[in-house]
Design a protein around this ligand. Structure first.
Ligand code: SF4
Length: 375
C-alpha cells in the first residue's frame, strides 16, 4: 500500500496524525505531512485507512498498486507539476522593504537576520502577506476576463528566506456544471521545490454577484470555548470590535502598492503594474493608527519570548464588492476561535479572527478569516 497526501487541500488539525502517527505528522501550522509514495507497513495500514476515510477534505488517497514510488515521491503536489499559470519573484530585501512601506508591516524578523534568529527563525523571513499578493497578482494576470475571483484561501507552510526564488503557480480544475464555479489549485514553490503557500481560489463568471448567503456552508467549526475561557478572551467570541474607518483610497496608494508587489517579480506584466483598479487584497488601512491587526483586543502582546512570538498562519477571503478609488472602508472584527497545539516550535496558540470590510454604501467588500500563530 502506498498513499499520496495533497497538501494543497489539507485543512489541518485532522485525525490522520491520530490514526496513524507513524505515517502522518502535523507541521508547525497543524497541517499533515508524510512522505508520499513510501510503502506503508502492514502494521500501519488500518490506521492509514481510517485516516483516508476520516479526512474531511479527501486529501489522502491510496495510490494504485502499479504506481512507482519514485513517481509518487516526485508528485508531492501533482498539480504543481501541471502548472497552467505561474509568475516568479525573487525574495530581496528591497522588495520586502517596499512592501513593508506600503502595508505598514514592520516586524524585525522581516528585516534583521539576528533578530529573526533570536525568535527561533533561521534568518530574515519574508511576509506571508506578500506571498498572498504574489498569488493574486498572478491570478490578475492570468484569469480570463469572463471570470472573477470569488474566494481565495492560502496557508503558509514553509518560510520565505532572503534569497529564495518563489514561483506562484495555479492549475484550474474543470468547471462545476451545477454552480459554474472553477476551483483553482494554487501554491508558491521555492527553488528547492518546497511548497510554501498551498491554497486555492474559486472563480465564478464575471457577471455573477457573490453573496454571503451562498457561503453559509463554509462556516468555521465551533470555537474552543474552554481555551478561550482559560485565556480570558471568551467574551470576544461573541462580540464585534468597534468599527475602524480607513481614509479614502487614493490612486497614489494603489500605484505604490502595485509597484511594491511587482518590484522583485521576474515576469509580471506592465499592464498589471499600471492598472488603476484596486487590487483585491489591497489594504486601505495601512498607516491608519487605529487599525492594528496584530493588536486586536483578544491578541496577546507580540514579543521575543516563547509564547509571544508570532507567525502568519494563512487567510481565507471571500470577495463580494470590489474596492474603488475614493472609497472609505469600514472594518469590524471578531474572534472566531483559539486553539492550543504542539509542533516543532513547541506549544502554539492559534487565533482565528474574522474581519468584515464594508464600503460607504454599506456593501460588504470582503470577509477575511485569518490565522495567527503564537509560539
Ligand atoms: S485529516 Fe486530512 S485535512 Fe486533516 S490534517 Fe489530515 S490530511 Fe489534512
Amino acid at each position: 500500500m502506498r498513499i499520496k497526501l495533497d497538501k494543497t487541500i489539507c485543512d489541518g488539525f485532522g485525525p490522520c496524525a491520530t490514526h496513524a502517527p507513524e505515517v502522518f505528522s502535523l507541521d508547525d501550522w497543524g497541517y499533515a505531512a508524510t512522505r508520499n509514495g513510501r510503502p506503508i507497513s502492514a502494521d500501519h495500514r488500518d490506521g492509514v485507512r481510517r485516516a483516508i476515510l476520516d479526512c474531511p477534505v479527501h486529501a489522502i488517497s491510496e495510490l494504485p498498486a502499479s504506481t512507482q514510488s519514485s513517481r509518487a515521491n516526485s508528485s508531492n503536489d501533482s498539480a504543481a507539476h501541471r502548472r497552467t499559470w505561474s509568475r516568479t519573484w525573487d525574495s530581496t530585501a528591497e522588495g520586502w522593504e517596499r512592501f513593508a512601506a506600503v502595508n505598514d508591516e514592520f516586524f524585525s524578523a522581516h528585516s534583521h537576520p539576528d533578530k529573526a534568529k533570536a525568535v527561533g527563525l533561521p534568518g530574515a523571513v519574508g511576509m506571508g502577506n506578500l506571498r498572498f499578493q504574489y498569488q493574486n497578482a498572478m491570478l490578475d494576470c492570468c484569469v480570463p476576463p469572463d471570470l472573477q475571483v470569488a474566494r481565495y484561501q492560502c496557508r503558509l507552510t514553509e518560510l520565505d528566506i532572503l534569497g529564495d526564488r518563489l514561483t506562484a503557480w495555479a492549475v484550474p480544475e474543470p468547471m462545476d456544471d451545477a454552480t459554474a464555479a472553477i476551483v483553482v489549485r494554487m501554491g508558491v514553490r521555492n527553488q528547492r521545490d518546497e511548497e510554501c503557500a498551498p491554497g486555492r481560489a474559486i472563480l465564478t463568471p464575471s457577471g455573477a454577484r457573490p453573496s454571503e448567503a451562498a457561503d453559509q456552508g463554509t462556516r468555521p467549526p465551533e470555537p474552543d470555548a474552554a481555551t478561550a475561557r482559560q485565556l480570558g478572551i471568551e467574551h470576544w467570541l461573541h462580540r464585534t470590535s468597534d468599527p475602524i474607518h480607513s481614509w479614502p483610497i487614493g490612486a497614489n496608494d494603489v500605484m505604490r502598492w502595485r509597484i511594491a508587489i511587482a518590484w522583485a517579480a521576474r515576469d509580471i506584466n506592465a499592464e498589471w503594474t499600471h492598472s488603476p483598479a484596486v487590487p483585491r487584497l489591497f489594504n486601505p488601512f495601512a498607516w491608519n493608527p487605529h487599525y492594528r491587526p496584530a493588536e486586536f483586543p483578544w491578541m496577546p502582546a507580540v514579543g521575543e519570548t516563547p509564547g509571544t512570538r508570532v507567525l502568519n498562519g494563512g487567510i481565507d477571503v471571500h470577495f463580494y464588492t470590489p474596492m474603488e478609488i475614493g472609497d472609505t472602508v469600514t472594518c469590524s472584527a471578531r474572534l472566531l476561535d483559539c486553539r492550543i497545539r504542539s509542533g516543532s516550535l513547541g506549544e502554539m496558540l492559534i487565533l482565528t479572527d474574522e474581519q468584515r470590510w464594508t464600503n460607504p454604501a454599506g456593501a460588504l467588500i470582503n470577509k477575511i478569516i485569518r490565522s495567527t500563530i503564537y509560539y
